[in-house]
Design a protein around this ligand. Structure first.
Ligand code: UD1
Ligand code: CA
Length: 456
């Protein structure tokens, strides 16, 4: 079965009150339209066509990586008119699936259910039972419960308005039939639009039956028209992510206080996540990892037996097995910690490698550095890697001990097992094994008196 998916995404989204086109608003850092596209991509033998209009260039350029055909709908004359824009791409024996670019949480499983019910003699329609169907097209059924038509809210009679089965807009039909119905659409209705929904009545007149499917939950078929709905669906999406994590075996201290804005490329066993943790981008997390409260973990590789303590930020960084990071640590891009490294509070590490067993426990900045194994970096150490124009490297050999409050003015190398005396400013290479210090000698002034306040 060849499937052609048409995603309707030309609507303006005025109620978002934003200069951003509606389908570019994001759930979990992913534009609404990308959610729909990604889900449609799980269907085999499927080509994707996107109907764009308002702000279309921005939509296209933001989502230029999508493997889809972009079709412009210059004027938004209704959902039927939108699908008409794609007819030249539809072959007679195709199965055509209609999705909405602003309905982001529809599941692959539901799409499969819809597709399984399309035949030459049926339209497959996704409908939903609603507590409040206001605004939705209503599914009108006859005395045998067969669907006979869809009537839009604005065209509905009083009795039709009482129907609580709503049209989601999502449907599938065979190409030849669909093209025929599309060519016969009229806009003599309350909104003077070409309604896609009118094909239902035509199909019934042609002797077809309408097969309906329901979604597993209402959230799957909810559209985004304003920021309240966007926030609602963000929470629904996050609740689902939490559920999936817990099913995988992750312990969440509070499933309502974690956000996943991306994917886990790997996720081990016995991972414990405390409250207010945000995962962004692609993360790889090993086994027996605990992540404290208020951490942001982005594009990170975290190996087994790692402890990330409260309020730490980790971005594009690697944390080796058995390492401990935080509280209040910041690992910036290209920070690479080997095994059993300790990084403590108020330590920032950027574009640096730290070999196994080394400790940087307090108040330090390490940038553009190569740090050997079993190195101890004292509190307040700073690699001065930048002269205002260029960046330079600091290299520290295995077993070195850097005393507290040291500035290492790069480019500079500290040898293996070297010791740097506290409070030093190191501007030249420090040899292996020796003590190097650049400290002003301490003196005491005999007979010195503190100034005293004069009595008035
Ligand atoms: C539509 C359905 C209604 C259904 C509701 C579900 C019709 C006539 N009505 O109504 O039965 O209950 O969706 O939300 O189909 N779009 C375009 N081009 C257009 C018009 C719309 O691309 O010219 C896109 C919109 O961007 C949106 C989707 O189609 O993604 C639905 O359009 P919208 O205006 O929201 O339709 P409703 O009036 O809500
Ligand atoms: Ca709508």
């Amino acid at each position: 079965m060849t499937i052609k998916t048409i995603i309707l995404a030309a609507g303006q989204g005025t109620r978002m009150r934003s200069s951003l086109p509606k389908v570019l608003h994001e759930i979990a850092d992913r534009p609404l339209l990308r959610h729909v596209y990604d889900t449609s991509r799980t269907i085999a033998n499927n080509s994707v066509y996107i109907i764009y209009g308002h702000g279309g260039e921005k939509v296209k350029s933001t989502l230029s990586d999508l493997d889809a055909t972009w079709i412009e709908q210059k004027e938004q004359l209704g959902t039927g008119h939108a699908v008409q824009q794609a007819v030249r791409y539809i072959d007679d024996d195709d199965t055509v699936l209609i999705l909405y670019g602003d309905v982001p949480l529809l599941k692959s499983h539901t799409i499969e259910n819809i597709l399984n019910k399309v035949t030459a003699q049926t339209i497959s329609l996704l409908t939903v039972m609603l507590d409040d169907p206001t605004g939705y097209g209503r599914i009108v059924r006859d005395q045998h419960h067969a669907v006979v038509k869809i009537v839009e809210q604005k065209d509905a009679s009083e009795s039709e308005l009482l129907i609580d089965e709503g049209n989601t807009g999502i449907l599938a039909a065979k190409g030849d039939k669909l093209k025929n119905w599309l060519s016969r659409l009229q806009n003599n209705n309350a909104q003077n639009e070409f309604y896609l929904t009118d094909i239902i009545e035509m199909a019934v007149a042609d002797g077809l039956t309408i097969q309906t499917t329901h979604p597993a939950s209402q959230d799957e078929v909810l559209g985004v028209n304003n920021k309240v709905q966007l926030a609602h669906l963000e929470r629904a999406y996050q609740a689902e992510q939490s559920r999936l994590l817990m099913e995988h075996g992750v312990t969440l201290r509070d499933p309502a206080r974690i956000d996943v804005r991306g994917e886990f490329k790997q996720l081990g066993r016995d991972v414990v996540v405390d409250v207010n943790v945000v995962f962004e981008g692609d993360n790889e997390i090993g086994s027996n990892v605990s992540i404290g409260p208020n951490c942001i973990i982005k594009n990170a590789v975290i190996k087994d037996d790692v402890e990330i303590l409260a309020n730490s930020l980790i971005e594009d960084a690697v944390v080796g097995q058995g390492s401990r990071v935080g509280p209040y640590a910041r690992l910036r891009p290209e920070a690479k910690l080997a095994d059993h490294v300790h990084v403590g509070n108020f330590v920032e590490i950027k574009k640096s490698t730290v070999a196994s067993g080394s400790k940087i426990n307090h108040l330090s900045y390490i940038g553009d550095s190569e740090i050997g194994s079993k190195v101890n970096i004292g509190a307040g150490t700073i690699t001065c890697n930048y002269d205002g124009v260029n960046k330079f490297k600091t290299i520290i050999g295995d077993g070195a001990f850097i005393g507290s409050d040291t500035q290492l003015v790069a480019p500079v190398t500290v040898g293996a097992n070297a010791t740097i005396g506290a409070g030093s400013t190191i501007t030249r290479d420090a040899p292996d094994e020796q003590l190097t210090l650049s400290r002003v000698k301490q003196i005491s002034v005999n007979g010195w008196k503190r100034p005293v306040k004069q009595e008035k």
